[in-house]
Design a protein around this ligand. Structure first.
Ligand code: FES
Length: 107
């Protein structure tokens, strides 16, 4: 499983994501720039905010209440369709790859 973190249209970082590991955890472990994960994955900090690219949106799990609340507290503006918390995204059989855009700021 792999995740691609895009920075504008010019650069990107691709990381392997192991089973049952959140996108946030995979990014932080690999040192992906722009993903902070301050709360350790509890949907309580919003510093793992990402914009999911459109072709992957349908395969994602629904937004939970905690995630929804935190998405209103992101430093970069929330996109009603594409904003998610990377700590709440786990790849699985329905979704073995994902591409996201990293917001300009997390804090
Ligand atoms: Fe804190 Fe995702 S790591 S909300």
């Amino acid at each position: 499983q792999k995740a691609t973190f895009h920075y504008g249209d010019t650069s990107a970082e691709v990381v392997e994501v192991e089973a049952d590991v959140s996108l946030m955890r995979a990014a932080v472990t690999k040192g992906v720039a722009g993903i902070v994960g301050e709360c350790g994955g509890q949907a309580m900090c919003a510093t793992c905010h990402v914009y999911v690219r459109e072709q992957y949106l349908d395969a994602l799990p629904a937004i939970g209440d905690d995630e929804d609340e935190m998405l209103d507290c992101t430093v970069s503006p929330r996109d009603p369709a594409r904003s998610r918390l990377a700590c709440q995204l786990i790849l699985g059989p329905d979704l073995d790859a994902i591409e996201v855009d990293v917001p300009e700021r997390q804090v």
